[in-house]
Design a protein around this ligand. Structure first.
Ligand code: BG6
Length: 487
């Protein structure tokens, strides 16, 4: 496909440089996403992709490596034109910690016609030396964009350090920070649901909403990420980024436009309005041996091979201190080794102010909107309806679902990998679905205070059995307010 190049910062990159090109993310997500975009003719004909990593490899060896990854992680029906895609790839070995190899890397990248997009998918400890290396080799000009994969630090201070290092070479409008949840179709659909329909916005506030629940449950355990995860824990791995982004999208004011400045301006206001969490408003847990889907699984300490205080589950009662959300709790929970993989947002509305059916014996339940993000992509609004009958013994009402399954509503559309959208936006220079520096820092600010509280209270994770919904204290956290987690 021939994509016109735009002026100024809005160039369409014709070179993509992937750091960490032999890593797990590249194999599972980046190479498959790029190949799928190519198969759908969404890539500039001139786009060349240069992989770099520590291992020694020829161009051909990298192509073979990429082919294996594609065969493993990309469904066969999305691999059309794989040979052409592989021809776009080349490889340059690099030790990112020393300046020596960067000039050779720049030669391999060559002179882009329009611009270069760089994707850093390496350990954050390599970000600073990499930036220095890129500057040394002149790979930091006005036609270069920088994309950073998480984790962006482990707290506010380390995140600021990374952001400062990147800012020394690239202005904010050329920095693209990934939160892959923003690339998910259903997450973007949240904005369509809220701002492309008239009926939700007038009741999207404390007068009509009782509470919001956000659940990101996973069945997987440590996987192969022992070192990283034990230093991170669920709060920093999932809440600091993905869950706070979901919360911000649910809670933000309507932006004036769907563009990077307007959307991110509104999100950051929400993140800054998060109230500091108080004692008793968080629960942490760590899984012990149990069973998921009938399969026995080991405990976290067994997988790790030692005792640890890292939380693999966290539940939080959060508040957004502004007019719209006054007194509306946002219950967040995420964990590993929970009974099912599900990401969903539940908006629980208040009861009707007066029941005209009370005298007829009918009981009512408030409406509830459930936005399924994964694995099911659906939106369910529960409504009260009359049970058919002649009502001689009173009126009976029952909750019935109004259910929209997205795959059925849009038959024939691919279910895309979140990175497809993000990589295309990076190449074309649209920052709307990337996280701005002030957002990341507001997120860390809130998270650091929670960790500080845990430290002061000497709070240790409670154990829970793998395959359960976390420690019983998490159930109590909501039940104290008369709320049940949606399951
Ligand atoms: C990553 C976390 O950011 O998101 C992982 O580091 C987690 O621990 C993953 O498993 C979940 O992503 P998804 O897209 O599978 O929900």
């Amino acid at each position: 496909m021939d994509v016109p190049s735009m002026t100024g910062d809005c160039f369409t990159a014709d070179r993509l440089l992937l750091f960490g090109a032999t890593g797990d993310l590249a194999q599972r997500m980046l190479l498959p996403s790029l190949c799928a975009l190519d198969a759908d003719e969404l890539m500039h004909d001139d786009l060349r992709i240069i992989g770099t990593a520590r291992s020694e490899m020829s161009d051909q060896e990298f192509r073979n490596f990429a082919r294996e990854a594609l065969e493993k992680y990309l469904p066969a029906d999305r691999r059309g034109g794989m040979a052409d895609f592989l021809n776009r790839l080349s490889y340059q070995q690099l030790d990112a910690t020393t300046l020596d190899g960067y000039k050779a890397l720049a030669e391999k990248v060559g002179e882009p016609k329009h611009g270069l997009a760089i994707f850093l998918s390496t350990a954050p400890s390599l970000f600073e030396p990499t930036i220095r290396g890129l500057q040394h080799a002149g790979l930091d000009g006005a036609n270069v964009r920088m994309c950073l994969e998480k984790p962006l630090g482990t707290d506010l201070a380390s995140s600021c350090e990374i952001n400062d290092a990147v800012a020394s070479a690239f202005p904010e409008d050329r920095i693209f920070r990934i939160d892959h949840y923003l690339g998910k179709e259903t997450v973007q659909n949240l904005l369509a649901l809220r701002f492309a329909n008239l009926m939700f916005e007038p009741i999207w506030n404390a007068a009509h909403i009782d509470h919001v629940q956000i659940t990101v449950a996973e069945t997987v355990g440590l996987e192969s990420r022992v070192g990283y995860y034990d230093d991170s824990g669920a709060l920093r791995d999932m809440v600091q980024n993905h869950m706070l982004q979901l919360l911000a999208l649910v809670a933000m004011e309507p932006p004036g436009h769907f563009d990077a400045t307007a959307v991110r301006d509104e999100k950051v206001k929400v993140l800054r309005a998060l109230r500091q969490v108080e004692k008793g408003e968080t629960v942490t847990g760590q899984y012990r041996a149990g069973a998921i889907g009938g399969q026995a699984v080991p405990g976290y300490d067994d997988e790790l091979g030692k005792d640890s205080d890292t939380e693999t589950f966290v539940a939080i009662k959060a508040h957004v201190d502004n007019w719209r959300w006054k007194g509306v709790p946002f219950y967040l929970r995420t964990g590993k080794r929970l009974p099912e993989r599900v990401t969903e947002i539940v908006v629980q509305f208040r009861c009707v102010p007066h029941s005209i059916f009370a005298g007829k014996g009918a009981t009512m339940q408030p409406n509830r909107l459930v936005i399924g993000i994964q694995p099911e992509e659906n939106i369910t609004l529960s409504l009260m309806a009359k049970v058919p009958g002649l009502d001689r013994e009173g009126i009976r009402l029952r909750q019935v679902p109004l259910n929209i399954a997205m795959p059925d509503a849009f038959v024939g559309q691919h279910r895309r990998i979140a990175y497809e959208r993000l990589l295309l936006d990076l190449i074309e220079g649209d920052q709307t679905l990337f996280v701005r520096r002030d957002e990341v820092e507001a997120q860390w600010h809130w998270i650091d205070a929670i960790r500080e509280g845990w430290h002061t209270q000497n709070l240790k994770p409670k154990t829970y059995t793998a395959g359960s919904w976390g420690p019983s204290a998490a159930i109590a956290l909501a039940e104290r307010d008369g709320v049940s987690w949606h399951e």
